[in-house]
Design a protein around this ligand. Structure first.
Ligand SMILES: *Cc1c(COP(=O)(O)O)cnc(C)c1O
Length: 386
């Protein structure tokens, strides 16, 4: 008998279970097993699974207008652009379907800006260990070692420097440079924060040298770090920011956001069939409005403190390392390189966590996770840490 999964392209290693239902922090598979989900689609489902606010937004908008094509404005597109602009202090928003697509847009926008303002400069400085997506240009921009030899030849025009090393950026900026691109916290690299001081100094340096600062907030945006945008911890305002993941709360939605000075696309420069469609934009509005409700982000910060303290005492009891990150994007450094084993054992016990590196566990629960769910996660994790 043929297996039901035979025709699914095997682009990643997946457990054999088939997920059928989710609610809040919980998932259920086709065998009726339940899982406590601290992956949440890689920090995507910021309101957890099937949040009623999202279900309602989908239902109401689907009955009204799903897609009138990007050739026309629609109401949710305008509403979400306004929400993002007003909350970020930036000016113009291009809605798209994935983080990689938003970053492609950021790269194109910076190159166009370089053509107009910096004598054709096009090079973008990015960071070792960074992750910006899986299209050819965003893989080329990424400093992920596993990407280095894949799909050659790469897209030209990216120069990589170590994270948190300001002098390295200063040395790398030339007449060809148009921008510096950085994640406030490198998520895929194992939750490695850019320090607040580094981001402030980078803002000053890019201003002095006349190049743009691009923040990839695809993983850190929309409340993940305890503020709506991670850059708000620093007072730094970027020229360009990209959002994805949490923006749609689980539906495909991302955004390229630019300040007026950098926002130089003209008609014909950027587009895409599904971009700004009313259905996804309506969900984005519901998500952002929910995350902005009074008390929501304070609860994220409280949950973060609770989770960090719990992970810290687990680490102390079992001789593991530091707890890194901010808000509900946290990592635990393991004493041994057996994170894959721990993840497999946790899965057996009904807990979903992620190992971005052999020595690191990453925790990115729903922003709505309860203290009780955090305690249950810690209780499920402890026997796996042996
Ligand atoms: C996930 C991620 C991306 C890519 O987003 P996709 O929606 O998977 O294309 C880019 N940058 C960062 C920081 C991410 O975490």
């Amino acid at each position: 008998m043929r297996h039901v999964l035979d025709h699914v392209m095997a682009v990643t290693a997946r457990p054999s279970s088939v997920m059928v239902e989710g609610s809040g922090s919980w998932l259920r598979d086709s065998e009726g097993r339940t899982y406590l989900d601290f992956v949440q689609g890689w920090a995507v489902n910021c309101l957890g699974h099937t949040h009623p606010v999202m279900v309602e937004a989908l239902r109401v908008q689907a009955e009204r207008l799903i897609n009138c094509s990007p050739a026309y404005h629609n109401g949710p597109m305008a509403r979400l652009a306004t929400l993002i602009a007003e909350t970020s202090g930036l000016d113009h928003v291009f809605l798209c379907n994935s983080g990689a697509e938003a970053n492609e847009g950021a790269i194109k926008l910076a190159r166009k800006w370089g053509q107009i303002n910096r004598g054709g400069a096009y090079e973008i400085i990015t960071m070792h260990g960074s992750f910006h997506g899986r299209t050819l240009a965003t893989m080329s921009a990424s400093g992920k070692p596993a990407f280095e030899r894949l799909f050659e030849p790469k897209v030209a025009g990216f120069r990589k420097v170590p994270l948190n090393d300001l002098d390295a950026v200063g040395d790398a900026i030339t007449d060809r440079t148009v921008a510096v691109m950085v994640e406030p916290i490198q998520g895929e690299a194992g939750v490695v924060p850019a320090t607040d001081g580094y981001l402030r100094a980078l803002r000053q340096l890019t201003q002095e040298r006349g190049v743009l600062l691009i923040l990839d907030e695809i993983q850190t945006g929309i409340g993940r770090t305890g503020l709506l945008y991670a850059f708000q911890h620093t007072g730094v305002v970027p020229d360009i920011m990209t959002l994805g993941k949490g923006l749609g709360g689980g539906v495909p939605l991302a955004a390229l956001v630019a300040g007026a000075r950098a926002s130089c696309f003209e008609a014909g420069d950027q587009g895409g069939t599904f971009n700004g469609n009313a259905l996804m934009a309506a969900v984005g509005c519901a998500v952002v409005e929910t995350v902005r409700r009074p008390g929501f982000l304070a609860a994220v910060r409280e949950a973060s403190a609770h989770l960090a303290a719990g992970l810290g005492s687990l680490a102390a009891r079992h001789g593991h390392g530091e707890v890194r990150g901010r808000g509900l994007l946290l990592a635990l450094a393991l004493a041994r390189g057996d994170a894959g084993e721990v993840v497999a054992q946790a899965l057996e016990r009904g807990l979903l966590i992620n190992a971005p590196r052999p020595d690191t566990l990453r925790f990115m629960p729903a922003l709505t996770v309860s203290p009780d769910e955090i305690d249950r996660m810690l209780a499920l994790l402890e026997p796996c840490l042996g």
